[in-house]
Design a protein around this ligand. Structure first.
Ligand code: DI6
Ligand code: FE
Length: 417
Protein backbone atom coordinates (compact mmCIF):
# COMPACT_ATOMS: atom_id res chain seq x y z
CA UNK A 1 0.00 0.00 0.00
CA UNK A 2 1.36 3.47 -0.93
CA UNK A 3 2.52 5.24 2.20
CA UNK A 4 1.04 8.67 3.02
CA UNK A 5 3.58 11.44 2.42
CA UNK A 6 5.11 13.01 5.55
CA UNK A 7 2.85 15.84 6.68
CA UNK A 8 3.81 19.22 5.33
CA UNK A 9 4.54 22.03 7.82
CA UNK A 10 1.68 24.27 8.93
CA UNK A 11 1.11 27.47 6.92
CA UNK A 12 -0.21 29.32 9.98
CA UNK A 13 1.12 32.88 10.35
CA UNK A 14 1.40 36.13 8.40
CA UNK A 15 2.34 35.77 4.71
CA UNK A 16 3.96 39.14 3.98
CA UNK A 17 5.25 41.08 0.96
CA UNK A 18 2.73 39.60 -1.41
CA UNK A 19 1.35 41.09 -4.59
CA UNK A 20 -2.36 40.54 -5.17
CA UNK A 21 -4.48 41.07 -8.29
CA UNK A 22 -7.72 41.74 -6.37
CA UNK A 23 -9.79 42.16 -9.52
CA UNK A 24 -8.91 38.61 -10.49
CA UNK A 25 -8.39 36.63 -7.34
CA UNK A 26 -9.53 38.42 -4.21
CA UNK A 27 -12.76 40.38 -4.58
CA UNK A 28 -13.48 43.12 -2.00
CA UNK A 29 -9.89 43.25 -0.77
CA UNK A 30 -8.70 46.90 -0.64
CA UNK A 31 -5.19 46.31 -1.95
CA UNK A 32 -4.04 48.83 -4.54
CA UNK A 33 -1.83 47.86 -7.46
CA UNK A 34 1.77 47.67 -6.24
CA UNK A 35 0.75 47.79 -2.56
CA UNK A 36 2.20 44.98 -0.42
CA UNK A 37 -0.47 42.54 0.71
CA UNK A 38 -0.66 40.09 3.59
CA UNK A 39 -2.59 36.84 4.04
CA UNK A 40 -3.07 35.68 7.63
CA UNK A 41 -3.56 31.95 8.21
CA UNK A 42 -4.73 30.46 11.51
CA UNK A 43 -5.50 26.79 12.10
CA UNK A 44 -5.24 26.14 8.39
CA UNK A 45 -7.78 28.80 7.32
CA UNK A 46 -7.43 32.30 5.90
CA UNK A 47 -8.57 34.67 8.64
CA UNK A 48 -7.56 37.98 7.06
CA UNK A 49 -6.27 39.34 3.74
CA UNK A 50 -5.46 42.97 2.96
CA UNK A 51 -2.78 45.67 2.81
CA UNK A 52 0.31 44.69 4.78
CA UNK A 53 0.33 47.99 6.70
CA UNK A 54 -3.23 47.34 7.92
CA UNK A 55 -2.84 43.87 9.53
CA UNK A 56 -5.03 43.86 12.68
CA UNK A 57 -3.13 44.02 15.98
CA UNK A 58 -4.51 40.63 16.97
CA UNK A 59 -2.39 39.00 14.27
CA UNK A 60 0.77 41.10 14.56
CA UNK A 61 2.59 38.61 16.80
CA UNK A 62 2.00 35.61 14.56
CA UNK A 63 5.02 34.04 12.82
CA UNK A 64 5.97 35.80 9.56
CA UNK A 65 6.49 34.08 6.20
CA UNK A 66 8.33 36.15 3.56
CA UNK A 67 6.23 36.17 0.39
CA UNK A 68 9.19 37.58 -1.52
CA UNK A 69 7.08 40.02 -3.57
CA UNK A 70 5.51 37.01 -5.28
CA UNK A 71 2.10 37.22 -6.98
CA UNK A 72 -0.50 35.44 -4.82
CA UNK A 73 -3.38 33.61 -6.48
CA UNK A 74 -5.95 31.15 -5.19
CA UNK A 75 -4.98 27.51 -5.56
CA UNK A 76 -5.69 26.33 -9.12
CA UNK A 77 -8.63 24.00 -9.71
CA UNK A 78 -8.67 21.29 -12.39
CA UNK A 79 -12.43 20.72 -12.71
CA UNK A 80 -12.56 17.89 -15.29
CA UNK A 81 -10.16 14.91 -15.22
CA UNK A 82 -10.18 11.18 -15.85
CA UNK A 83 -6.96 10.89 -13.83
CA UNK A 84 -7.41 7.30 -12.55
CA UNK A 85 -6.90 4.57 -15.17
CA UNK A 86 -4.64 1.65 -16.01
CA UNK A 87 -1.98 1.65 -18.69
CA UNK A 88 -1.60 4.32 -21.37
CA UNK A 89 -2.44 4.68 -25.08
CA UNK A 90 0.73 6.10 -26.65
CA UNK A 91 0.50 3.40 -29.34
CA UNK A 92 -2.78 4.93 -30.57
CA UNK A 93 -1.07 8.29 -30.79
CA UNK A 94 1.52 6.70 -33.06
CA UNK A 95 -1.15 4.80 -35.07
CA UNK A 96 -3.12 7.99 -35.70
CA UNK A 97 0.04 9.79 -36.80
CA UNK A 98 0.59 6.93 -39.23
CA UNK A 99 -2.86 7.71 -40.66
CA UNK A 100 -5.08 5.17 -38.87
CA UNK A 101 -8.67 6.34 -38.45
CA UNK A 102 -10.48 6.25 -35.11
CA UNK A 103 -12.41 3.28 -36.43
CA UNK A 104 -9.19 1.43 -37.32
CA UNK A 105 -7.79 2.23 -33.87
CA UNK A 106 -11.01 0.95 -32.27
CA UNK A 107 -10.96 -2.23 -34.39
CA UNK A 108 -7.36 -2.79 -33.21
CA UNK A 109 -8.73 -2.80 -29.67
CA UNK A 110 -7.90 0.84 -28.99
CA UNK A 111 -10.07 3.64 -27.64
CA UNK A 112 -11.84 3.83 -24.30
CA UNK A 113 -12.30 0.04 -24.15
CA UNK A 114 -8.54 -0.34 -24.21
CA UNK A 115 -8.29 1.73 -21.02
CA UNK A 116 -11.26 -0.19 -19.59
CA UNK A 117 -9.36 -3.48 -20.03
CA UNK A 118 -6.20 -2.08 -18.42
CA UNK A 119 -8.15 -0.50 -15.55
CA UNK A 120 -10.08 -3.70 -14.84
CA UNK A 121 -6.80 -5.67 -14.75
CA UNK A 122 -5.14 -3.22 -12.31
CA UNK A 123 -5.46 -3.42 -8.52
CA UNK A 124 -6.32 -0.37 -6.39
CA UNK A 125 -2.66 -0.18 -5.35
CA UNK A 126 -1.51 -0.27 -8.96
CA UNK A 127 -4.00 2.42 -9.97
CA UNK A 128 -2.81 4.60 -7.09
CA UNK A 129 0.84 4.09 -8.05
CA UNK A 130 0.06 5.03 -11.68
CA UNK A 131 -2.10 8.07 -10.80
CA UNK A 132 0.17 9.60 -8.15
CA UNK A 133 2.92 10.86 -10.52
CA UNK A 134 0.24 12.43 -12.73
CA UNK A 135 -1.40 14.09 -9.73
CA UNK A 136 1.98 15.28 -8.46
CA UNK A 137 2.66 17.04 -11.78
CA UNK A 138 -0.57 19.00 -11.40
CA UNK A 139 0.04 19.72 -7.70
CA UNK A 140 3.51 21.07 -8.48
CA UNK A 141 1.79 23.71 -10.65
CA UNK A 142 -0.41 24.90 -7.78
CA UNK A 143 -3.52 22.75 -8.19
CA UNK A 144 -5.28 22.56 -4.81
CA UNK A 145 -8.57 20.99 -5.93
CA UNK A 146 -9.25 18.45 -8.66
CA UNK A 147 -12.21 16.54 -10.04
CA UNK A 148 -11.61 12.87 -10.80
CA UNK A 149 -14.12 10.83 -12.79
CA UNK A 150 -14.71 7.11 -12.97
CA UNK A 151 -15.67 5.72 -16.38
CA UNK A 152 -12.96 3.16 -17.14
CA UNK A 153 -14.40 0.47 -14.89
CA UNK A 154 -17.94 0.17 -16.37
CA UNK A 155 -18.99 -2.38 -13.76
CA UNK A 156 -19.86 -2.08 -10.06
CA UNK A 157 -16.58 -3.68 -8.94
CA UNK A 158 -14.31 -1.60 -11.15
CA UNK A 159 -16.18 1.72 -10.98
CA UNK A 160 -16.00 1.33 -7.18
CA UNK A 161 -12.26 0.67 -7.46
CA UNK A 162 -11.67 3.87 -9.47
CA UNK A 163 -13.68 6.02 -7.07
CA UNK A 164 -12.01 4.51 -4.00
CA UNK A 165 -8.64 5.31 -5.55
CA UNK A 166 -9.75 8.90 -6.14
CA UNK A 167 -10.74 9.24 -2.49
CA UNK A 168 -7.41 7.71 -1.40
CA UNK A 169 -5.43 10.17 -3.53
CA UNK A 170 -7.10 13.02 -1.62
CA UNK A 171 -5.82 11.54 1.66
CA UNK A 172 -2.35 10.79 0.35
CA UNK A 173 -1.72 14.32 -0.92
CA UNK A 174 -3.99 16.52 1.21
CA UNK A 175 -5.76 17.84 -1.87
CA UNK A 176 -9.50 18.44 -2.35
CA UNK A 177 -10.87 15.74 -4.67
CA UNK A 178 -14.42 15.86 -6.01
CA UNK A 179 -15.41 12.49 -7.49
CA UNK A 180 -17.72 12.16 -10.48
CA UNK A 181 -19.41 8.91 -11.42
CA UNK A 182 -19.12 8.47 -15.19
CA UNK A 183 -20.41 4.93 -15.51
CA UNK A 184 -22.15 6.13 -18.69
CA UNK A 185 -18.84 6.86 -20.42
CA UNK A 186 -18.86 3.98 -22.89
CA UNK A 187 -20.55 0.60 -23.44
CA UNK A 188 -18.56 -2.21 -21.79
CA UNK A 189 -17.67 -5.09 -24.13
CA UNK A 190 -20.02 -7.50 -22.31
CA UNK A 191 -22.95 -5.21 -23.16
CA UNK A 192 -22.09 -4.73 -26.84
CA UNK A 193 -25.30 -3.88 -28.70
CA UNK A 194 -27.29 -3.71 -25.44
CA UNK A 195 -26.98 -0.04 -24.50
CA UNK A 196 -30.34 0.19 -22.76
CA UNK A 197 -29.59 -2.88 -20.62
CA UNK A 198 -26.32 -1.29 -19.55
CA UNK A 199 -27.94 2.06 -18.70
CA UNK A 200 -30.53 0.12 -16.64
CA UNK A 201 -27.64 -1.55 -14.77
CA UNK A 202 -25.95 1.84 -14.20
CA UNK A 203 -29.15 3.44 -12.86
CA UNK A 204 -30.64 0.52 -10.92
CA UNK A 205 -27.53 -1.11 -9.46
CA UNK A 206 -24.17 0.65 -9.85
CA UNK A 207 -24.97 4.30 -9.07
CA UNK A 208 -27.16 3.60 -5.98
CA UNK A 209 -24.59 1.21 -4.52
CA UNK A 210 -21.66 3.60 -4.95
CA UNK A 211 -23.71 6.57 -3.74
CA UNK A 212 -24.56 4.59 -0.59
CA UNK A 213 -20.83 4.02 -0.05
CA UNK A 214 -20.22 7.79 -0.19
CA UNK A 215 -18.06 7.51 -3.30
CA UNK A 216 -19.97 9.89 -5.60
CA UNK A 217 -20.03 13.71 -5.45
CA UNK A 218 -21.58 14.24 -8.90
CA UNK A 219 -22.78 12.22 -11.92
CA UNK A 220 -21.71 12.70 -15.55
CA UNK A 221 -22.62 11.14 -18.92
CA UNK A 222 -20.90 11.11 -22.32
CA UNK A 223 -23.88 12.24 -24.44
CA UNK A 224 -22.84 11.72 -28.05
CA UNK A 225 -23.77 9.70 -31.13
CA UNK A 226 -20.84 7.35 -30.42
CA UNK A 227 -21.79 7.07 -26.73
CA UNK A 228 -25.19 7.56 -25.04
CA UNK A 229 -28.39 9.11 -26.37
CA UNK A 230 -30.38 12.00 -24.96
CA UNK A 231 -32.97 9.56 -23.58
CA UNK A 232 -30.29 7.41 -21.92
CA UNK A 233 -28.66 10.56 -20.54
CA UNK A 234 -31.97 11.69 -19.05
CA UNK A 235 -32.49 8.26 -17.46
CA UNK A 236 -29.11 8.62 -15.73
CA UNK A 237 -29.93 12.19 -14.66
CA UNK A 238 -33.26 11.05 -13.17
CA UNK A 239 -31.47 8.32 -11.21
CA UNK A 240 -28.92 10.87 -9.98
CA UNK A 241 -31.69 13.30 -9.00
CA UNK A 242 -33.45 10.54 -7.05
CA UNK A 243 -30.21 10.04 -5.11
CA UNK A 244 -29.79 13.78 -4.51
CA UNK A 245 -26.63 13.93 -6.64
CA UNK A 246 -25.77 16.91 -8.85
CA UNK A 247 -25.08 16.29 -12.54
CA UNK A 248 -22.71 17.50 -15.25
CA UNK A 249 -22.38 16.46 -18.87
CA UNK A 250 -19.86 15.74 -21.61
CA UNK A 251 -22.00 17.73 -24.04
CA UNK A 252 -21.86 18.66 -27.73
CA UNK A 253 -18.25 17.54 -28.13
CA UNK A 254 -18.57 16.03 -31.62
CA UNK A 255 -22.13 17.03 -32.60
CA UNK A 256 -25.11 18.99 -31.33
CA UNK A 257 -27.33 16.58 -29.39
CA UNK A 258 -28.98 19.41 -27.40
CA UNK A 259 -27.46 17.69 -24.38
CA UNK A 260 -26.62 21.01 -22.74
CA UNK A 261 -30.29 22.07 -22.77
CA UNK A 262 -31.22 18.75 -21.14
CA UNK A 263 -28.44 19.13 -18.54
CA UNK A 264 -29.55 22.69 -17.77
CA UNK A 265 -33.07 21.39 -17.12
CA UNK A 266 -31.52 19.21 -14.40
CA UNK A 267 -29.60 22.17 -12.95
CA UNK A 268 -26.28 20.77 -14.12
CA UNK A 269 -23.15 22.12 -12.43
CA UNK A 270 -21.43 22.21 -15.83
CA UNK A 271 -21.53 21.22 -19.47
CA UNK A 272 -18.12 20.26 -20.77
CA UNK A 273 -16.42 20.33 -24.21
CA UNK A 274 -19.41 22.10 -25.92
CA UNK A 275 -17.67 22.70 -29.25
CA UNK A 276 -21.09 22.23 -30.95
CA UNK A 277 -23.18 24.11 -28.37
CA UNK A 278 -26.25 25.84 -29.90
CA UNK A 279 -27.78 29.22 -29.10
CA UNK A 280 -30.56 27.29 -27.38
CA UNK A 281 -27.98 25.48 -25.25
CA UNK A 282 -26.26 28.75 -24.31
CA UNK A 283 -29.55 30.31 -23.19
CA UNK A 284 -30.47 27.21 -21.19
CA UNK A 285 -27.07 27.19 -19.46
CA UNK A 286 -27.35 30.92 -18.73
CA UNK A 287 -30.78 30.49 -17.16
CA UNK A 288 -29.68 27.47 -15.10
CA UNK A 289 -26.37 28.98 -13.90
CA UNK A 290 -24.52 26.07 -15.52
CA UNK A 291 -20.78 26.54 -16.06
CA UNK A 292 -19.24 26.05 -19.53
CA UNK A 293 -16.11 23.91 -19.11
CA UNK A 294 -13.70 24.34 -22.00
CA UNK A 295 -11.29 21.50 -22.75
CA UNK A 296 -8.66 22.72 -25.23
CA UNK A 297 -6.49 19.64 -24.68
CA UNK A 298 -9.03 17.32 -26.35
CA UNK A 299 -9.73 19.91 -29.07
CA UNK A 300 -5.99 20.05 -29.79
CA UNK A 301 -5.37 16.27 -29.67
CA UNK A 302 -8.32 15.56 -31.98
CA UNK A 303 -7.19 18.40 -34.26
CA UNK A 304 -10.72 19.69 -33.96
CA UNK A 305 -11.65 22.78 -35.94
CA UNK A 306 -15.01 23.61 -34.36
CA UNK A 307 -14.26 26.16 -31.62
CA UNK A 308 -16.82 26.43 -28.80
CA UNK A 309 -19.13 29.50 -29.17
CA UNK A 310 -17.05 31.74 -26.89
CA UNK A 311 -18.65 35.01 -28.10
CA UNK A 312 -22.13 33.65 -27.37
CA UNK A 313 -21.11 32.37 -23.93
CA UNK A 314 -19.41 35.69 -23.15
CA UNK A 315 -22.43 37.73 -24.28
CA UNK A 316 -24.74 35.54 -22.18
CA UNK A 317 -22.37 35.85 -19.19
CA UNK A 318 -22.14 32.08 -18.85
CA UNK A 319 -19.15 31.44 -16.55
CA UNK A 320 -16.35 29.70 -18.48
CA UNK A 321 -13.95 27.28 -16.80
CA UNK A 322 -10.85 25.67 -18.33
CA UNK A 323 -9.55 22.20 -17.49
CA UNK A 324 -7.05 19.58 -18.63
CA UNK A 325 -9.66 16.85 -19.29
CA UNK A 326 -6.69 14.62 -18.43
CA UNK A 327 -7.38 11.21 -20.00
CA UNK A 328 -5.19 8.67 -21.82
CA UNK A 329 -6.97 9.02 -25.16
CA UNK A 330 -7.88 12.56 -26.15
CA UNK A 331 -6.06 14.71 -23.60
CA UNK A 332 -2.99 13.22 -21.90
CA UNK A 333 -2.31 16.73 -20.54
CA UNK A 334 -0.55 17.34 -17.25
CA UNK A 335 -0.41 21.13 -17.12
CA UNK A 336 -3.39 23.35 -16.24
CA UNK A 337 -1.34 26.45 -17.04
CA UNK A 338 -0.79 25.10 -20.56
CA UNK A 339 -4.58 24.70 -20.86
CA UNK A 340 -4.98 28.37 -19.89
CA UNK A 341 -2.54 29.27 -22.66
CA UNK A 342 -4.39 27.04 -25.16
CA UNK A 343 -7.77 28.46 -24.13
CA UNK A 344 -6.41 31.90 -25.06
CA UNK A 345 -4.55 30.88 -28.19
CA UNK A 346 -7.03 28.34 -29.62
CA UNK A 347 -10.36 29.63 -28.22
CA UNK A 348 -9.45 33.33 -27.95
CA UNK A 349 -10.27 33.70 -24.27
CA UNK A 350 -8.82 36.84 -22.69
CA UNK A 351 -6.17 36.35 -20.00
CA UNK A 352 -8.57 37.33 -17.16
CA UNK A 353 -11.14 34.86 -18.54
CA UNK A 354 -8.55 32.06 -18.69
CA UNK A 355 -7.31 32.78 -15.14
CA UNK A 356 -10.88 32.89 -13.82
CA UNK A 357 -11.35 29.62 -15.73
CA UNK A 358 -8.72 27.78 -13.69
CA UNK A 359 -9.75 29.35 -10.37
CA UNK A 360 -13.16 30.73 -9.42
CA UNK A 361 -15.18 29.43 -12.41
CA UNK A 362 -13.58 25.99 -12.00
CA UNK A 363 -14.64 26.09 -8.33
CA UNK A 364 -18.18 26.90 -9.44
CA UNK A 365 -18.17 23.90 -11.81
CA UNK A 366 -17.49 21.67 -8.79
CA UNK A 367 -19.78 23.36 -6.29
CA UNK A 368 -16.68 24.55 -4.40
CA UNK A 369 -17.26 28.28 -4.91
CA UNK A 370 -17.62 28.89 -1.17
CA UNK A 371 -14.42 26.99 -0.32
CA UNK A 372 -11.88 27.65 -3.06
CA UNK A 373 -11.21 29.69 -6.21
CA UNK A 374 -10.84 33.05 -4.45
CA UNK A 375 -8.49 34.40 -1.76
CA UNK A 376 -10.91 35.40 1.00
CA UNK A 377 -11.16 35.19 4.80
CA UNK A 378 -13.10 32.27 6.18
CA UNK A 379 -11.84 29.71 3.65
CA UNK A 380 -9.34 26.87 3.98
CA UNK A 381 -5.87 28.22 3.13
CA UNK A 382 -5.30 27.23 -0.51
CA UNK A 383 -3.10 29.73 -2.34
CA UNK A 384 -0.04 29.88 -4.58
CA UNK A 385 2.87 32.36 -4.72
CA UNK A 386 4.26 32.81 -8.25
CA UNK A 387 7.69 34.23 -9.26
CA UNK A 388 6.13 36.36 -12.02
CA UNK A 389 5.87 40.08 -12.62
CA UNK A 390 2.40 39.98 -14.21
CA UNK A 391 -0.58 37.66 -13.74
CA UNK A 392 -0.72 37.37 -17.55
CA UNK A 393 2.50 35.33 -17.38
CA UNK A 394 0.47 32.44 -15.93
CA UNK A 395 -1.23 32.03 -19.31
CA UNK A 396 1.55 33.47 -21.44
CA UNK A 397 4.41 31.02 -20.97
CA UNK A 398 3.79 27.49 -22.19
CA UNK A 399 5.77 24.38 -21.30
CA UNK A 400 6.91 26.42 -18.29
CA UNK A 401 6.85 24.93 -14.79
CA UNK A 402 6.99 28.04 -12.61
CA UNK A 403 8.85 27.45 -9.36
CA UNK A 404 5.87 28.32 -7.20
CA UNK A 405 5.23 28.08 -3.46
CA UNK A 406 2.01 26.19 -2.70
CA UNK A 407 -0.13 26.39 0.43
CA UNK A 408 -2.62 23.55 0.20
CA UNK A 409 -5.26 22.78 2.82
CA UNK A 410 -3.46 25.03 5.32
CA UNK A 411 -0.05 23.39 4.91
CA UNK A 412 3.09 24.42 3.01
CA UNK A 413 2.99 21.74 0.33
CA UNK A 414 5.79 23.18 -1.83
CA UNK A 415 8.44 25.86 -1.40
CA UNK A 416 9.42 27.61 -4.62
CA UNK A 417 12.51 29.57 -5.57
N1 DI6 B 1 -14.70 12.56 -24.34
C1 DI6 B 1 -13.39 12.46 -24.54
O1 DI6 B 1 -12.71 13.13 -25.28
C2 DI6 B 1 -12.87 11.40 -23.63
N2 DI6 B 1 -14.04 10.94 -23.00
C3 DI6 B 1 -15.08 11.65 -23.43
O2 DI6 B 1 -16.21 11.49 -23.01
C4 DI6 B 1 -12.14 10.29 -24.33
C5 DI6 B 1 -11.63 9.32 -23.29
C6 DI6 B 1 -10.66 8.30 -23.86
O3 DI6 B 1 -10.42 8.32 -25.09
O4 DI6 B 1 -10.15 7.49 -23.05
FE1 FE C 1 -13.68 14.18 -20.38
Amino acid sequence: MTQAATPHPSADGRWLALRLAPELFAADVPVADGQSACIVVQQGRIVWVGPQDQVPAAYQALPAHDGGARLATPGLIDCHTHLVYGGERANEFAMRLAGASYEEVARAGGGIVSSVKATREASEEELIAQALPRLDQLLAEGVTAIEIKSGYGLSLEHERKQLRVARHLAELRGVTVRTTFLGAHALPPEYAGRSQDYIDLVCRDIMPALAAEGLIDAVDVFCERIAFSLAETEQVFQAAQALGLPVKLHAEQLSNMEGAALAARYGALSCDHIEHLSENGIAAMRDAGTVAVLLPGAFYTLRDTKVPPIDGLRAAKVPMAVSTDHNPGTSPALSLLLMANMACTLFRLTVPEALAGITRHAALALGLQHEQGLIAAGRPANFVLWPVRHAAELAYWFGNKPDCTVVRQGRIARVGG
